[in-house]
Design a protein around this ligand. Structure first.
Ligand SMILES: [Zn+2]
Length: 324
């Protein structure tokens, strides 16, 4: 994550603009923890359980765990927003837990299906046996075969039989198979994927700009200007010009002519809808070929009057660049 290098430095009275980094306050914890956690957990478990049901016909390595993470992460992010949680580290931990539990639910559902199928088999073989007797017999056989009864015994059995990374049907025997320790490593990696995706989504939401004075999130970032070369070199020129308060220089760097532009800059800004506090600026690089892939170059806070100066200069620089 690169934040504007100029942002960390206060330029004070030297005529420079005061570009600062937005840092989440860490507030909003106590009331938000429970709803963020419950939402992340419930949606993570629902998606995980659904995948556990579907897994008898279809199971996709990486994709299925990532979907659990997306479900848990989206739910956590929605609650982070609603309950105004500005503690990214806390949001990250909660999202991680939701994704991890959701992934485990996937295996628990598969385990329950395995268990009920085998209990039915026992009861057919011994018509007099009760559910409890058949259940006890299953655990006894599991313990005898792999050393542990219950859920752990089931996982151990599945690991010994081998886990295929891609399964699209009962008879599908193609694809790589992981056996023993490799199967446990595969499951560990999948659990980390589900947890990391959910954690990243919750973390990113809690880092969005928030006005502590008005107790409200900033509005949506609106486009300020786009165009130029989108190059690292011009980006550096632009930020060092801004650092010393040279708005026109920054705008010229933004719209500097290039022979074969493969990318362009996109500057957007968000503000608090209730007060005249700082504007939160975001500079992106947008690839102009193939997909319009967007990557963040920098974010910073600046006063609204500084932003309107910059906007004016960008307007002049753009018409100047078009006039050439
Ligand atoms: Zn405000």
């Amino acid at each position: 994550m690169r934040d504007c290098a100029a942002g960390a430095r206060e330029t004070g009275d030297t005529g420079g603009m005061s570009l600062r980094r937005y840092v989440a306050s860490g507030r909003g914890g106590s009331g938000a923890i429970l709803p963020v956690f419950l939402a992340s957990l419930i949606v993570g478990v629902l998606v995980g359980a659904l995948e556990g049901l579907v897994s008898q016909w279809l199971s996709l390595f990486l994709v299925f765990p990532a979907l659990i993470g997306v479900g848990a992460g989206a739910a956590a992010a929605a609650m982070v927003h609603r309950f105004k949680l500005r503690a990214p580290g806390l949001a990250l931990l909660i999202g991680f837990a939701g994704g991890a539990v959701g992934y485990t639910a996937d295996h628990v559902v598969t385990y329950e299906r395995f268990r009920s199928e085998l209990i039915d088999v026992f009861k057919r073989e011994q018509p007099g046996a009760s559910d409890a007797e058949a259940s006890a017999e299953l655990d006894r056989q599991l313990a005898a075969k792999v050393g542990s009864p219950g859920f752990v015994g089931f996982l151990e059995l599945a690991a010994r039989e081998g886990v295929r990374v891609k399964r699209t049907g009962e008879k599908d025997e193609h694809g790589m198979s992981f056996t023993g320790t490799a199967a446990w490593i595969l499951w560990g990696a999948e659990l980390l994927i589900a947890a990391a995706v959910a954690a990243a989504m919750a973390w990113a939401k809690a880092r969005e700009p928030f006005c502590e004075d008005c107790d409200a999130w900033y509005g949506t970032a609106m486009p300020v200007a786009s165009g130029g070369a989108g190059s690292k070199e011009m980006y550096r020129q632009m930020t060092s010009a801004l650092e010393v308060g040279d708005v026109d220089g920054a705008a010229r760097a933004f719209f500097a002519p290039t022979r074969k532009p493969r990318a362009m800059f996109a500057l957007s800004a968000a503000t608090c809808g209730r007060c005249g506090g700082d504007a939160w600026c975001r500079l992106d690089r947008v690839m102009t070929q193939k997909r319009a892939q967007r990557s963040k170059l920098a974010t910073w806070l600046m006063t609204r009057s500084d932003l309107s100066q910059l906007t004016d200069s960008l307007g002049r620089a753009k018409s100047g660049a078009q006039g050439q």
